[in-house]
Design a protein around this ligand. Structure first.
Ligand code: DC
Length: 214
């Protein structure tokens, strides 16, 4: 079984995907975390988004994800980069790197490989449209930007970071993600859309569970 959770930035996709993985006892993959880890690797190696990336480069990048006891971790060449990939530097550049077809193909292969042996829930932007167009269940989460920024601000829990700058970053990222030529952020025709603006986490979860019949 494959479950795709797509949607706009900061709509709680990964929170929902993790809850589903736990409830149904299936695997979880965070596709955005792959793009973030690759961005971290490329930035560390001073490779900018305009450069063409050769095949040999990807053979140097080993990324694995683990979801156990409610806790998600991602490793880049053996280093735990779970917190590092959430930093500001990665967040502001990830969308530029995620436009690149070489990077997208690399991530698609990782995700499709993960789905071969086990049931899986994956969150991202193009999971139901491009990566797994035949997914058994597809969801699309969206919300008004102000509310997404407020939630993200609470989560960051740092008063020196202004809500306005978070809102700007979220909007910029959505704009780049939804207007790119390859695999843009958009709802799959057969996805079930949920406006999460005024719903609590558990309300969204119940709505998703209702649709999934095993
Ligand atoms: O889900 P996230 O915010 O961690 O994702 C970070 C970025 O990665 C997002 O702004 C665009 C890119 N991304 C993508 O292009 N396709 C996906 N399926 C998931 C993420």
């Amino acid at each position: 079984m494959i479950i795709a959770i797509d949607g706009e930035a900061s709509t709680g996709k990964s929170t929902q995907a993790k809850k589903i993985a736990k409830r149904l006892n299936i695997n979880y993959r965070d596709s955005g975390a792959y793009y973030r880890a690759i961005t971290l690797y490329l930035k560390r190696n001073q490779i900018n988004p305009q450069e063409t990336l050769g095949k040999d480069l990807f053979s140097k990048i080993d990324i694995s994800q683990k979801f156990k006891n409610d806790s998600f971790s991602i490793f880049l060449n053996g280093e735990d980069v779970t917190s590092k990939i959430r930093g500001h530097k990665v967040s502001v550049s990830v969308s530029e790197y995620a436009k690149k077809p070489e990077i997208r193909n690399f991530v698609y292969n990782l995700l499709r490989k993960s789905s071969k042996l086990n049931s899986i829930v994956v969150d991202g932007r193009d999971i139901g449209t491009v990566v797994f167009p035949d997914a058994d269940y597809k969801f699309f989460l969206y919300a008004i930007p102000e509310i997404r920024a407020q939630r993200r601000h609470k989560e960051i829990n740092d008063e020196t970071v202004k809500i306005e700058s978070i809102e700007r970053e979220i909007k910029e990222r959505d704009d780049i993600d939804s207007t790119r030529d390859i695999a843009p952020l958009k709802k799959a025709e057969d996805a079930y859309a949920i406006d999460v603006s005024y719903l609590a986490i558990d309300q969204v979860f119940e709505e998703i569970l209702e649709k999934i019949t095993i």
